[in-house]
Each structure stands twice: as C-alpha cells, then as structure tokens.
Ligand binder design. Structure first.
Ligand code: FES
Length: 129
C-alpha cells in the first residue's frame, strides 16, 4: 500500500494532537468498519465581525496511520475558520489535501470531517438561546 508524502508527514508529526480542557464543543465518532475512534475538541471565539470562529482545535484518535493523518490535516483546514466555513469541510476534501489515500484506506478518512461536524453541533446545542 502506497501513501503520499503528505500522509506520511502528518502521520509521523501530527498537528494539533491532544485535548482541550473545558472545550466549547466535543465530537466523537467511531468507524463501524474497524472500530477506531476519533474525538475532536473545539475552542470557539467571536471575530471582529461577530462571527464564531474556531480559535483552537485538537484531536485524539485511536486509529490507524491514515486516521491520524486525516485528523491532523482536518484540524489544519478547520483552524481559524468560521463555523459556517468549517461545516463545508468534507471527508473527500481532507483526503484530497493529503494527496489522496489508498482505496483500501478511504474509509479511514470518514472520521475526520464527521467528528468536526459533531463537535460543532455539540457547541451549537450547548449555546442555544
Ligand atoms: Fe480504522 Fe483506519 S483502519 S480508521
């Protein structure tokens, strides 16, 4: 199985790995194909335009190398984005930014954007007025 250079880079030196204490939103998803799990933590703040922005994002992944790479890449894509922009990040986009994944590993990319969406939903639910 051949991985792109970017996948290997993100696997060996993942960005934004860990947890955020008192996170504003948390999303957890499990991959039904393999049982691997990913959790996303968000810190949300308002920008000068009054939009809610992802100020900080971290991930914990109990999964394979492809799952760690996609988590890392997704956090890079989401950091600094408004919630509206972040909700447009798809699993396909994350895999594409990594230079693709081997077909057999495409299912691993399903965790990243899904966990991000869940974390945003969690934040929105907690902050419903
Ligand atoms: Fe489970 Fe990749 S094998 S996420």
């Amino acid at each position: 199985m051949k991985y792109s250079k970017k996948v290997i880079e993100h696997f060996t030196r993942p960005h934004n790995q860990g947890a955020i204490e008192q996170a504003d939103g948390i999303g957890t998803v499990g991959n039904p194909k393999c049982g691997d799990i990913m959790r996303i933590y968000l810190k949300i703040n308002q920008n000068s335009k009054g939009q809610e922005v992802i100020e900080d994002i971290k991930f914990e992944t109990l999964g394979c190398g492809a799952a760690i790479s996609t988590s890392s890449m997704m956090t890079d894509l989401a950091k600094g984005k408004t919630l509206e922009e972040a909700l447009k990040i798809t699993n396909e986009k994350v895999a594409e930014e990594l230079g693709g994944l081997p077909t057999l590993k495409m299912h691993c990319s399903n965790l990243a954007a899904d966990a991000l969406k869940k974390a945003i939903e969690d934040y929105q639910l907690k902050n419903k007025k």
